[in-house]
Design a protein around this ligand. Structure first.
Ligand code: SF4
Ligand code: SF4
Length: 60
């Protein structure tokens, strides 16, 4: 099954930790939210989900 990354935007405070941690540059910040720009590069390492302080990301 292809990877999916869900963002609960109302929980996100725009800290950009997910953008900084992702070694594959899957996200960029835009309008204070992470935007997925390279989903095929995602290795499902789960770092973004585990380190988001607001539990806003879910990797499936
Ligand atoms: S699971 Fe890993 S590779 Fe995928 S977006 Fe999150 S930090 Fe990046
Ligand atoms: S780490 Fe979480 S709160 Fe911070 S920008 Fe990413 S999704 Fe938003």
């Amino acid at each position: 099954m292809p990877v999916q990354i869900l963002l609960e935007a109302s929980w996100c405070k725009g800290c950009a930790i997910c953008v900084d941690l992702c070694a594959k540059n899957v996200f960029v910040m835009k309008n204070n939210l992470p935007v997925i720009v390279n989903l095929p590069a995602c290795t499902r390492c789960m770092l973004c989900e585990m380190r988001c302080p607001d539990f806003a990301l879910t990797v499936i």
